[in-house]
Ligand binder design. Structure first.
Ligand code: HAM
Length: 432
């Protein structure tokens, strides 16, 4: 029978790799907690209109990439292509604005975009995202960027470039849009069909079109930074000086406009040379108008999302060491039926005390059990046979150092093992 395979652009995260995911997710959760950011979990599918209104009708994401379908009740639903829209919906639906500002949320979520699958570009991918509501100060932008930067530092990721830009507010963007329209109208024949249709409705979207003709035509386009109004200029200066004050290096790159419609003012991306074509690992910015557009009170907001697959690709390319997981702390090998039973009892007792203990479950020879313990990466082993059971004495062996410690099998084995393993832990040096 033909084996059914995973869908194009999706991937299984298998044992051996899943521990790496857990390790980075743990750092993200931990850093979020230190920064007073609480987790928000929103559904994987939402009313299609949510993304049309927030991400924007003229974006690539909405025009080409959404997983949209009718459910059995005839409603149009869409698998979330990103996390911001759902967070904003939830913020409004549950009146989260009633708690003191700024409200800070993070999420770890799968996202879905029907894109041409390639290295670093998947149809199901995962984001760690942060959204902050209720603060308009430039310090908040710098603080958010510093948070992402700190996360990369904590994960030992090197050689990232931080690019920042300001894309202004609706006031300054009106002038800019006019200039862009004139510019691209003169080059209309070089634009793809989608971009020609964007010319009237949203010419800024042409700037992030992936078609080579459009990218070429965009090269000499007017720059938004030259059109910023006084307030937006002052805000951008404030962000830059706050970043300077905490020694975060950045490059002002006027070509960063981001691919989603909700942004205002500050936008930023962290890019890596270790990623190939899909070089952006993290992107975000301010979206001061979105909450109001979605039906709430005017509320300044900002956030970013980091692609976990891309992060792990960089970490792999940079050969960053991950903390060694110890799936097995103590393997209790046994010889003979009575010893196997005793090993089983002991392993169950130890697991109740949160010790990752394992014993023979398939009837292997002692030799095969020891090989298996090695495969499990057991930190310690203990061999039980008739002799050990009779005397009530066993020997716990540290598999790394070879150190042996006698244990009394009839008395508080958990306590004795705890003392042995704590001693070994003190000597270990963990990564990250
Ligand atoms: P985005 O730039 O579309 O922004 O995505 C953020 C990150 O998700 C990217 O930098 C990348 O690492 C990852 N990513 C995006 N698409 C794919 C893909 N097809 N395959 C693999 N990874 C991908 C947003 O989604 C905004 N919601 C970020 C944000 C939050 N802005 C404000 N708050």
């Amino acid at each position: 029978m033909e084996l059914i395979k995973a869908q194009r652009g999706t991937q299984d995260i298998l044992p051996g790799n899943s521990e790496r995911w857990q390790a980075v997710e743990e750092v993200m959760r931990d850093e979020a907690a230190v920064n007073g950011i609480s987790e928000i979990r929103t559904p994987v599918f939402e009313d299609t209109r949510l993304f049309q209104r927030s991400v924007g009708e003229t974006t690539d994401v909405v025009q080409k990439e959404m997983y949209t379908f009718e459910d059995k009740g005839g409603r149009s639903v869409t698998l979330k292509p990103e996390g911001t829209a759902g967070a904003v919906r939830s913020y409004l639906e549950h009146g989260l604005y009633n708690s003191p500002a700024p409200q800070k949320f993070y999420y770890l979520t799968p996202c879905y975009r029907y894109e041409k699958a390639q290295a670093g570009r998947l149809r199901e991918f995962h984001q760690f995202g942060v959204e902050l509501f209720g603060t308009s100060l430039p310090l908040a932008d710098a603080g958010l960027i510093a948070f992402a930067n700190g996360l990369f530092d904590r994960l030992c990721v090197k050689n990232l470039k931080l690019k920042i830009n300001s894309i202004g507010c609706p006031t300054c963007r009106a002038e800019y849009t006019k200039a862009l329209k004139t510019y691209f109208t003169e080059r209309k024949d070089r634009l793809c069909e989608t971009c020609r249709s964007r010319l009237d409705r949203n010419p800024m979207r042409i700037l992030d079109c992936k078609e080579p003709g459009c990218a070429e035509a965009a090269k000499g386009a007017p720059r938004i930074l030259d059109y910023l109004c006084g307030d937006c200029k002052a805000h951008f200066e404030g962000v830059k000086s706050a970043l300077d004050s905490i020694q975060i290096e950045y490059e002002v790159d006027p070509s960063i406009v981001r691919g989603l419609d909700y942004y205002t003012r500050t936008v930023f991306e962290f890019v890596s040379a270790d990623l190939g074509a899909q070089s952006t690992v993290c992107g975000g910015g301010r979206y001061d108008g979105l909450v109001e557009e979605m039906g709430g009170k005017p509320t300044p907001a900002l956030g970013f999302a980091l692609g976990i697959e891309r992060l792990l690709m960089i970490m792999e390319a940079q050969q960053i060491e991950f903390p060694e997981p110890h799936p097995c702390e103590l393997y209790i090998a046994s010889v003979g039926e009575a010893a196997r039973k005793r090993a089983f009892q002991m392993a169950c007792g130890l697991r109740e005390c949160s010790v990752a203990a394992a014993c023979d479950e398939v009837g292997r020879s002692l030799n095969a059990q020891m090989k298996y313990a090695d495969k499990l990466g057991a930190q310690f082993t203990l061999v039980l046979g008739d002799d050990e059971l009779e005397k009530g004495l066993g020997v716990v062996k540290n598999m790394k150092t070879g150190e042996k410690t006698k244990v009394n099998l009839n008395n508080d084995i958990e306590g004795q093992f705890a003392a042995i393993s704590t001693r070994a832990e003190d000597e270990e040096d963990l990564s990250f």
